[in-house]
Design a protein around this ligand. Structure first.
Ligand SMILES: Nc1ncnc2c1ncn2[C@@H]1O[C@H](COP(=O)(O)OP(=O)(O)OP(=O)(O)O)[C@@H](O)[C@H]1O
Ligand SMILES: [Mg+2]
Length: 247
């Protein structure tokens, strides 16, 4: 097993004239929680898209679970994405489907599991993120923001991914619900850790990050300016990071 589940090697990305990622080289530790931090526009979401193969580098290579992802064809890439679970900023549930059907969706799409097995799997996933039977059969519009995030998390876990990616999973939530969501991400991580499960979180929330992460990748203007464990990060003398830490 490699030490890293994701490796960036000299990755640069430009959109037209604008260079958004500048020669990134770093690895994301397998089995750990890594948070990507940085001010708005630093390139965090773009970095995440490169991990998923939703954006391709202008130069350099992105290796995920030992495969060079920018060399996979569309079909292989689609299959390869089964390794990922994703939770996006606004939960992005299908609003015409119940919680149950939202979680069942990727299973129906990608597997030939029987209806009975799907039911058991979906209800157990929803239960593990604290969604009751009753809420399982409601529409997203009938759930609170925190509950929608939980359903989003359950859906992200539906195909037993190796890597979970969260892009600002707590934006728009109050501080208490934010901590509940972080607790849930941590629990999810720990209960899957034995199989090398890697969690990658994009966040603005410095306090939650320091509490819940193992490693920090700090981005500034398209560059990784610090990549270290949390204890080392807290002692960073980089003035931008100091400013971030003092928020
Ligand atoms: N498809 C695109 N075309 C052109 N420019 C883009 C594209 N995607 C991102 N950018 C630019 O790349 C830069 C980084 O954007 P990105 O979304 O990665 O930042 P971010 O760190 O996720 O910011 P935020 O915290 O606000 O979500 C921005 O200047 C953005 O305008
Ligand atoms: Mg972003």
């Amino acid at each position: 097993m490699s030490e890293y589940s994701v490796v960036f090697e000299n990755v640069s990305k430009s959109f037209g004239e604008t260079k958004v990622l500048h020669d990134l080289s770093f690895g994301i530790h397998e089995g750990k929680i890594t948070t990507v931090l940085g001010f708005s526009g630093a390139g965090k979401t773009t970095l995440m898209k490169h991990i998923l193969g939703l954006a391709l580098p202008s130069s350099g290579e992105v290796k995920v679970l030992g495969k060079v992802i920018n060399k996979l064809g569309e079909m292989d890439l689609r299959e390869f994405r089964r390794n990922f679970g994703m939770v996006f900023q606004y939960a992005a549930l299908f609003d015409f489907l119940t919680s149950f059907e939202n979680v069942a969706f990727p299973i129906r799409e990608f597997t030939k599991m029987s209806e009975e097995d799907i039911r058991e799997k979906v209800l157990s996933l929803l239960d593990s993120v604290g969604i009751s039977r009753e809420a399982a059969f409601r529409l997203p519009s009938e759930l609170s923001g925190g509950m929608r995030k939980r359903v989003g998390l359950a859906r992200g876990l539906a195909l037993d991914p190796h890597i979970m990616l969260y892009d600002e999973p707590t934006s728009g939530l109050d501080p208490i619900t934010t901590h509940m969501v972080y607790d849930l991400m941590k629990e999810t991580h720990l209960s899957n850790q034995s199989r090398g499960f890697t969690s990658i979180i994009i966040s603005h929330d410095i306090h939650a990050t320091l509490k819940y992460s193992d490693y920090i990748v700090f981005m500034e203007k398209g560059k990784v300016v610090e990549h270290s464990d949390v204890a080392t990060f807290k002692k960073s003398e980089n003035p931008v990071i100091r400013r971030f830490l003092e928020l």
